[in-house]
Write a protein that binds this ligand. Structure first.
Ligand SMILES: NC(=O)c1ccc[n+]([C@@H]2O[C@H](COP(=O)([O-])OP(=O)(O)OC[C@H]3O[C@@H](n4cnc5c(N)ncnc54)[C@H](OP(=O)(O)O)[C@@H]3O)[C@@H](O)[C@H]2O)c1
Length: 305
């Protein structure tokens, strides 16, 4: 269980996705921080980057990728790069242009993965968060099953190799699975020690979908919130001490051993490295059980970025 090569998912068409990726949602940081984080991460060994149009930093991510390629650290094919379709662009005729915008910002010819970021659609237009005069979000009635067909067309065109969803329940995913010509490969959802999402994981496994954990360290993603509380659980601290690893490393290793993909975010070079050093130790089934017992079905993320 010690080699990182064992934690790779083989997707449609034989495409390989490393289970561990770098998250790039950095609401408190500027573009230089994100550029440096991506550059550091790939130098350290990460080959999987999780991006999105709504993170508003795909140009910075793209600049780092360009630099890494020019320096000879990696070639484009060595990287697995995900982006996400924002809620205002679910209408089928808007999908290709949104994907192209992410590609242009990232400086890429193709993506490895494109996800529908959330199941609900917002009113189309320039604003990421369209609201009425009372501040209420304006929705659109586009059905994500129709959005999915437009994503399939983007695969046919070679703009993206694989497609998936994010923040979908099993019911919502089933509606796509029932109609899909190209099956979703990933469902990226909030998942950490306080939110195991194990029922959804079982459903995904039975349907050939990889469950990918976002906020794996338990961050609320909120600009003003303190650091993740999950990392302070006494049981976790004890296991970390016994293993001579940090609480973050034990958490990430636990999620890996559960068979998940995960995309922890950090802009701190030492933590980026720390979060990658999870392939040289193993948790026993008793330790796994203790960590499993920390689940509270506690969700922090709603769509309010
Ligand atoms: N699909 C979706 O709707 C969705 C929603 C949210 C997030 N995501 C994706 O998932 C990624 C990760 O989620 P997230 O950023 O919300 O939360 P996270 O990865 O659980 O936690 C990130 C926070 O933990 C800190 N941190 C990182 N490594 C640490 C370590 N070793 N020890 C202690 N603290 C550590 C980071 O600080 P520093 O950066 O300061 O080091 C940051 O404050 C995002 O970046 C994004 O790519 C997707």
């Amino acid at each position: 269980m010690s080699s990182k090569d064992q934690f790779v998912f083989t997707l449609r068409g034989g495409l390989k996705m490393p289970a561990l990726g770098l998250g790039t949602y950095a609401p408190k940081e500027d573009d230089d921080d994100v550029f440096n984080a991506v550059h550091t991460a790939v130098k350290v060994g990460y080959r999987h980057l999780d991006c999105a149009a709504i993170y508003r930093n795909e140009i910075a991510v793209g600049s780092a990728i360009k630099k890494l390629i020019i320096e000879g650290t990696v070639q484009r094919e060595d990287l697995f790069i995900t982006s996400k379709l924002w809620n205002t662009c679910h209408r089928p005729d808007l999908v290709r242009a949104s994907l192209k915008k992410s590609l242009d910002d990232l400086g890429l010819k193709y993506l490895d993965m494109y996800l529908i970021h959330w199941p609900m659609a917002y009113k189309e237009g320039g604003e990421f968060h369209p609201r009425d005069e009372n501040g209420k979000v304006l929705f659109s009635d586009v059905d994500y099953v129709d959005t999915w067909k437009a994503l399939e067309d983007c695969v046919d065109e070679g703009l993206v190799r694989n497609i998936g969803v994010s923040n979908f329940s099993s019911k919502q995913l089933q509606r796509i699975l029932d109609k899909a010509r190209i099956k979703p490969q990933i469902n990226q959802v909030e998942c950490h020690l306080h939110l195991s999402n194990s029922k959804l994981q079982k459903y995904c496994q039975e349907n050939g979908v990889v469950l990918q954990a976002y906020a794996p360290l338990g961050s609320s993603g909120n600009k003003t919130e303190p650091p993740p509380k999950c990392l302070e659980e006494p049981v976790l601290l004890e296991i970390a001490k016994a293993k001579n690893k940090t609480p973050a490393q034990v958490t990430l290793r636990y999620l890996l051993q559960r068979g998940l993909s995960l995309v922890p975010k950090s802009v701190t070079p030492q933590r980026i490295q720390e979060n990658f050093q999870i392939f040289d130790f193993e948790l026993s089934s008793d330790e796994e059980k203790q960590l499993q017992n920390l689940n509270k079905d506690f969700r922090m993320h709603t769509e309010d970025m």
